[in-house]
Ligand binder design. Structure first.
Ligand code: 13P
Length: 259
């Protein structure tokens, strides 16, 4: 983390979990334990059908609500899809773009990720762009090249002014939902490379202002070590974000004094 130059953001990705009643119950329990002192930003990305309910449930606390996907067109014949303006009009602040599960199961490509980033920014949303390698790609030794390509493709054509609203989440596929976390060194190394890529594209001032998260089996036990890496400015958390008691220690780790 480096709180001097950039925000620390702890974001939960609930994926396809929790009904509206469960969302409300989570909000009640979470608000009761959430520290009042603001040391990091907290975001919860909920299923689109529960966005409005979540915004209401978290209204009187410092949790921002995010979506997990968005379409790149403004409107039209796209059955089942949600437009950027629909999200921003509801009061949604963040949107995850290019999560590996969407790349894997729903044909999300680097090209559509880039279109979605542009569309989200134009609607005033803050994209959380996911990048990361598979186990095979790591073993082939192409992690850095792959992540560099994904970052460059996602940000293609995005101006220096707009890129400040983008968060990049490094999520190695082999660490998602597996209980197998990347070591702090592995994660820190890739996140530093991501910042170097952004520096190459936009210069040092912009690069140091961008929040880069790690995601993949992050929990209360490993968060402090991961967040101690200079280029890891937060987490994108799946499983551990579903339970207030499991999410809280990660937020507390993000609030620790920096050494
Ligand atoms: P887990 O924390 O469950 O591994 O999920 C990570 C993730 O995919 C967040 O987007």
């Amino acid at each position: 983390m480096n709180r001097r130059y950039r925000k620390t953001i702890i974001a939960g990705n609930w994926k396809m979990n929790k009904t509206l009643s469960e969302t409300r119950a989570f909000a009640d329990a979470f608000k009761a334990i959430l520290p009042k002192v603001k040391t990091c930003d907290v975001v919860l990305c909920v299923p689109s059908v529960n966005l409005q309910g979540a915004i209401r449930a978290f209204k009187d606390c410092r949790v921002s609500v995010g979506a997990q996907n968005v379409h790149y067109e403004a409107s039209g014949a796209y059955t089942g899809e949600v437009s950027p303006a629909m999200l921003s009009d509801l009061g949604v602040k963040y949107v995850i773009i290019g999560h590996s599960e969407r790349r894997q199961y729903y044909n999300e490509t680097d090209f559509t990720v880039n279109k979605k980033v542009h569309a989200a920014l134009a609607a005033g949303l803050r994209p959380i762009v996911c990048v990361g390698e598979s186990l095979e790609q790591r073993e082939l030794g192409v992690t850095m090249e792959l992540v560099e390509y994904q970052v460059k493709a996602a940000l293609s054509g995005v101006t220096a002014e707009n890129v400040r609203r983008v968060t990049v989440a490094y999520e190695p596929l082999w660490a998602i939902g597996t209980g197998k976390t990347a070591t702090a060194e592995q994660a820190g190394e890739v996140c530093s490379h991501i910042r170097a890529v952004i520096r190459g594209l936009y210069g040092a001032r912009v690069a140091r202002s961008i929040t880069i998260q790690y995601g993949g089996s992050m929990n209360g036990s490993n968060a402090a070590e991961l967040l101690a890496q200079p280029d890891i400015d937060g987490g994108l958390i799946g499983g551990a974000s579903l339970d207030p008691e499991k999410l809280l220690p990660i937020i507390e780790a993000a609030g620790q004094e920096q050494t």
